[in-house]
Design a protein around this ligand. Structure first.
Ligand code: PGA
Length: 264
């Protein structure tokens, strides 16, 4: 079964004003007009979801959110539920990004950051809540440089995949998107070698296979993320286990984002 490639732009905490978000979303819409055979997602900050939804009206580009909470409603000051995201027009939700797992790479003291870290357990709760709301998770996994140098990449990646999936049914699992994002490649300009990225995306698929069998493993889409740019996208996207990209920096320029979509 052929998998439809998926290119998602993670805007992070950028393009967060109404004017900026509207302009970039409209440029993306124009850039993908008439293209088919690829799922294109833009993931703006929460405060401009409405703006981006308006800009995407009538286009094949769909919207994603950068996180979501696992409770549906209640006294959870500051949190955004999957139901709220759905109502805002969101289709995909990025979960377990290394920036939220790793406290955004901030260097403030432990005392300051102690409530910010994401774990496999919180990612799992969010995955289940997102699926229950009828939205599709993009589950991020990936090793740090220390873990890679310590020979732990495969173990880290397969444990993060398995940890995210506790209690997820076969039917739900087949709809999932994973994003293999080596932490050392994010925002650094150091892209993972295409053959190695393909190998690790294969580990993601193998882990899904061990949990859910061949059919689900063939159905899930696995993106690569980490300094994907127009000049390296074609090589990465031509690998058999790489079904798309999760794009940070290059998603902020519509021409770069469009070039990556074309490569897919
Ligand atoms: P980058 O970010 O493309 O800027 O490396 C990717 C990501 O964090 O999803």
């Amino acid at each position: 079964m052929a998998r439809t490639p998926i290119i998602a732009g993670n805007w992070k905490m950028n393009k967060g004003t109404v004017a900026e978000a509207s302009a970039l979303a409209q440029e993306v819409v124009a850039a993908v007009a008439g293209k088919s055979g690829v799922t294109v997602v833009v993931c703006p900050p929460y405060t401009v979801l409405h703006t981006v939804r308006t800009a995407l009206t009538g286009s094949s580009v769909v919207m994603g959110a950068q996180d979501g909470f696992w409770k549906t409603t209640g006294a959870y000051t500051s949190q955004i539920s999957a139901e709220m995201l759905k109502d805002a027009g969101v289709s995909y939700v990025i979960l377990g990004h290394s920036e939220t797992r790793g406290r955004f790479g901030l260097s403030e003291p432990e005392e300051t950051l102690k409530h910010y870290g994401e774990t496999d357990a919180t990612v799992n709760l969010k995955v289940k809540a997102t699926l229950a709301a009828g939205l599709l998770p993009i589950i991020c996994i990936g090793e740090t440089l220390d873990e890679r140098e310590g020979g732990k990449t495969d173990f880290v990646v397969s444990s993060q995949v398995a940890g995210a999936l506790t209690g997820v049914t076969n039917d739900q699992a087949s709809k999932l998107v994973f994003a293999y994002e080596p932490v050392w490649a994010i925002g650094t300009g150091k892209v993972c070698d295409a053959a190695e990225a393909n190998r690790v995306c294969g580990i993601v698929r193998k882990t899904v296979h061990s949990l859910y069998g061949a059919e689900v493993a063939e159905a899930v889409r696995v993106q690569y993320g980490g300094s994907m740019k127009p000049d390296n996208a074609a090589e990465l996207l031509s690998q058999p286990h790489i079904d798309g990209g999760l794009i940070g920096g290059a998603a902020l320029k519509s021409a770069d984002f469009a070039a990556i979509i074309n490569a897919a």
